[in-house]
Write a protein that binds this ligand. Sequence first.
Ligand code: NIG
Ligand code: FE
Length: 412
Amino acid sequence: MIRFDRIWVNVQLATMVTGATDRGEIRDGALGVCDGKIAWIGPRAELPESVAAETRDGAGGWLLPGLIDCHTHLVFGGDRCGEFEERLEGVPYAEIARRGGGIRRSVEGTRAASPEQLHRSAEQRLRRLIGEGVTTVEIKSGYGLETETELRMLRAARKLGAEGFVSVVTSFLGAHAFPAGMDRDAYVDLVCGPMLDAVAAEGLADAVDAFCETIAFSPAETERVFQAARAKGLPVKLHADQISDSGAAALAARHGALSCDHVEYTGEDGVRAMAEAGSVAVLLPGAFYMLREKQKPPVELFRRHGVPMAVATDANPGSSPLLSPLLAMNMACVLFGLTPYEALLGMTAHAARALGLAADRGTLEVGKRADLSLWRIGRPAELCYWMGYGGGLLVERVIGGKPSTPARVGLV
Ligand code: NIG
Ligand code: FE
């Protein structure tokens, strides 16, 4: 006799287990949870004798893993709508950055914001992600570029996680841009030394990220940041090859990066290096769309070399003010040519892997954390099909086996 804390019946299951038959779909399934973990999953007809403290009827809906947004810059002050208008008039993103706008503009807004303001504004945005089934979100620093503000951003991110409605994974992105008026070497010294020391001492980062690009950190500077991260035992990831191919993805792969993100300009050598290192390619179609880029990521090469592709919102005030994970999946299909199944893997199993959490979540499997999303849809691909209707499709989210409380997170 199995005892469950809770069991879902009358559900279709999209387990997102890669390599399973029928794309891991199970019709008329059941899923039982115990102590926050998935304890049983399979066709309802095969359910062994069991008792459950609570039975939930899914009314024929589809149960998936909770969605995982593995690349966001959700904590920041101010906005960059003015630059949006400038870009529409033809000023390129890189040119705005060179003039001291772009990331540096958000740095001014973030430095000026109090801890409460940072927390509250990020929480508003987080509600939109949660309202579309997100149960794990990665949040980066990188709009402080000085120790105190970087710490403030990461503390705000941790606080959002501590509230319990979503798991928050943080990345320290001190190497996002160079602060105005500071010598490059001196800033890299600061990032690799006192800044990273302070971040690590408070346990504020789960990984270290950098922006390797002609308008940001050079490969040599990025290398220094990665060495410092690894000396602290922190995994690395990289904003790589977004607007030019500087061999950034290959560099990240050499450091065993969890993921290489953007990767529009990554060539076959980089893809091969990623495959060997097991790095995930995180595709960010929101930034591609918003910046009206033309160069698409090498999806066919990723497929051929077996590099897993994740999809994320990249929610940020500049290149991707996108707060809809479902629209990100739609864009990954329409703009980059992913199949809906690939896009769904990109926001579940592969996103978990990009965060180093594949053993714990991202698929519906016995022993994994019971983070779930239940949807009123006829087939999983529908999640990539509607645009701007995500909240209307979500029936409930489940965090660690417990249905989340909709009122507190703005779902009702
Ligand atoms: O992921 N590429 C660099 N970083 C962010 C953009 C940040 C910004 O424009 O504020 C990105 O697109
Ligand atoms: Fe980013």
